[in-house]
Design a protein around this ligand. Structure first.
Ligand code: PEP
Ligand code: MN
Length: 333
């Protein structure tokens, strides 16, 4: 911030007062006169009002916030149907298959999610695939199957929007819209998704900085999104040992410093089902407000991402061992 002075002769005295408050200052001198002091705003938690009250200070000029709408969400929760996600709420379990494949498949998955104690059903109707020859989802039909499975099992629904032209149809069936990692900076899509006025789960781009992630959320909020749930799903790294590199530092930063709702996707991070439980526990320990996990009634037959899908028993185990959801009655500890 910039602290301007009434009289250059006050510079030394005001600087000494600021330093006594623990603030780092640097005089901005023109010729021989110091008319302002540069103060690093984050060097101590001192309010602008306190500085303005110092004798000799003319004004305190704060740099404009770059994502004011995101900053205003600090400490708040996002409402998704009957659910709240964020600080102070019970961590939420979002689960379901990578792709919605059939009525029977999504219904079995929804029952498994419900039985495990989950509250949101995930499933892709429009799938972003690296190869144009891979299964790319059943589109609008799958949206209806997903919606029905959610309704029948008392689960909210989240699903990805790939294109601006699908926003309306997805928003009519989903409680929360998902923006995928590959589209985190597709700004026209963000604008269209935000304008639906619904909560959005914003997956972090696989090579996006935290600031770019926050700015992408600002696009959504500016366009009208009712809230943003940030989702860390791992970054592209040099090491192919795991599918992606799960950035739990960013999760802790969002949860504890920015105080924003953040969930973790250990499935896309690990790329393999045996690492989902340990990563999920680590995510919650880092402050995540929920998990989004891929599960499939028959992972061996999954049309996409089978190796990282849990079966219904493993999903129930995960929910129990993360100790965040009330264990279903009669279940083993
Ligand atoms: C997904 O959640 O189905 C997905 C495609 O994830 P991501 O965008 O993180 O790759
Ligand atoms: Mn997937």
């Amino acid at each position: 911030m910039l602290v301007t002075l009434n009289d250059p002769r006050d510079a030394q005295r005001v600087a000494a007062r600021l330093q006594a408050l623990g603030l780092w200052t640097e005089p901005l001198t023109h010729g021989s006169a110091t008319r302002a002091l540069l103060v690093r705003a984050d060097s101590a938690h001192v309010s602008a009002e306190l500085i303005e009250a110092i004798d000799g200070v003319a004004a305190v000029l704060m740099p404009p916030r770059i994502h004011p709408r995101v900053d205003a969400l600090a400490g708040t929760c996002v409402t998704v149907g009957p659910l709240t996600i964020g600080a102070g709420a019970l961590p939420v379990l979002i689960a379901g298959p990578c792709s919605v494949e059939s009525v029977a498949q999504i219904d079995a998955a929804a029952r498994a999610v419900k039985a495990a104690g989950g509250s949101v059903l995930r499933g892709g109707a429009f799938k972003p695939r690296s190869s144009p020859y891979s299964f790319s989802g059943h589109g609008r039909d799958a949206l209806d199957w997903l919606y029905d499975a959610g309704q029948a099992n008392g689960l909210a629904v989240v699903t990805e929007v790939l294109s601006e032209r699908d926003v309306e149809v997805v928003a009519a069936r989903a409680d929360m819209l998902q923006v995928g990692s590959r589209n985190m900076q597709a700004f026209a899509l963000l604008k269209a998704v935000g304008s639906a006025g619904k909560p959005v789960m914003l997956k972090r781009g696989m090579a996006a900085t935290v600031e770019e992630w926050l700015l992408a959320a600002e696009h959504l909020l500016l366009a009208g999104a009712s809230g943003v749930v940030f989702c860390e799903r791992g970054l592209r790294s040099f090491d192919p040992s795991t599918r992606n590199l799960l950035d739990l530092g960013a999760v802790a930063l969002l949860a504890h410093v920015h105080r924003l709702p953040v969930v973790v996707d250990p499935s896309h991070a690990a790329g393999r089902r045996d690492l989902i439980a340990p990563l999920a526990r680590a995510a919650l320990a880092a402050g995540a407000h929920g998990l989004i996990v891929e599960c499939h009634p028959e992972p061996g037959r999954a049309a996409s991402d089978g190796p990282q899908a849990l079966d219904p028993d493993a999903l129930a185990d995960l929910a129990r061992h993360c100790e965040v959801y009330p264990a279903p009655k009669g279940s083993a500890p």
